[in-house]
Design a protein around this ligand. Structure first.
Ligand SMILES: C[S@@+](CC[C@H](N)C(=O)[O-])C[C@H]1O[C@@H](n2cnc3c(N)ncnc32)[C@H](O)[C@@H]1O
Length: 237
């Protein structure tokens, strides 16, 4: 798809994860933000990072991602809110700058697995620090189609917590995305293209956009709605 449609695609999303505003506020409370340095690895456009910096004014922030569209959106949002955040184009998997707080939300795949992510994050977050780790898990027995979409490595929540424990982290907070957060996430991830399609039914790109939307809705409703879960863990050591 071209740059115009790519830039449009996620424009209706607040952040790229199933998370309501009150749930986000709860997670930021549990991160006990203060002074120091917060790094968001796989930040996308860094909306949660910006919210964190907006409430903890002594905090310095760095967002790390490889997606230039997301980074540009993050920089524009930071500038419009007067927040001094650095958005860096880099591979999060090799990031090694120590931080007092870290976010890794929906980005564990960047490290290869939850186990590898939690081990790498233990090297980045200072021993007195905290990590907000958001990851998918099987909330119900997956269908073959769901396994096909999300791969063989996704864990159940108990197995994920064993991996957390094995990497030396202690759980300070655990919550999971509810159905409304999921439905809103899936809807907003499609909304901009769905609206574009209504406005441009005869555009040469319309058939491809329609096929993409139809497939994504089919997958969500038939294959993984209520099957894929998402957990938010605030971790310390
Ligand atoms: C599901 S999104 C989560 C974004 C963000 N954490 C949020 O909650 O809105 C996963 C992000 O990982 C980023 N990503 C993929 N590979 C990466 C890499 N090697 N280094 C850094 N970021 C990467 C993608 O560009 C994407 O923004």
């Amino acid at each position: 798809m071209d740059d115009e449609l790519n830039a449009l695609r996620r424009s209706r999303m607040r952040w790229n994860t199933p998370l309501s505003e009150p749930h986000a506020q709860l997670l930021l409370d549990r991160m006990a933000l203060g002074d120091g340095h917060l790094v968001d690895l796989g930040c996308g456009w860094g909306e949660l990072l910006l919210r964190a910096l907006g409430r903890a004014l002594g905090l310095r922030g760095t967002g790390v991602d490889t997606d230039r569209t997301g980074l540009a959106r993050g920089r524009a949002a930071a500038a419009s809110r007067g927040l001094a955040v650095e958005f860096t184009e880099a591979d999060a998997a090799t990031w090694d700058v120590p931080a007092d707080r870290a976010f890794c939300v929906g980005s564990a795949h960047v490290f290869g697995s939850a186990k590898a992510a939690l081990a790498a994050l233990a090297r980045v977050v200072r021993p007195t620090g905290r990590l907000l780790y958001g990851d998918g898990f099987w909330a119900a027995s997956p269908t073959a189609a769901a396994r096909e979409i999300f791969g063989p490595d996704l864990l159940t929540l108990p197995d994920l917590l064993d991996v957390v424990d094995g990497a030396g982290w202690r759980v300070l907070h655990l919550s999971t995305a509810d159905q409304l957060e999921w439905d809103d996430f899936e809807s907003t991830s499609r909304a901009a293209w769905a609206e574009w399609l209504v406005a441009h039914p005869a555009d040469p790109r319309a058939p491809e956009v329609r096929r993409w939307l139809d497939r994504r809705w089919r997958e969500y409703v038939r294959d993984y709605r209520g099957v894929l879960g998402f957990t938010y863990l605030v971790l310390g050591r």
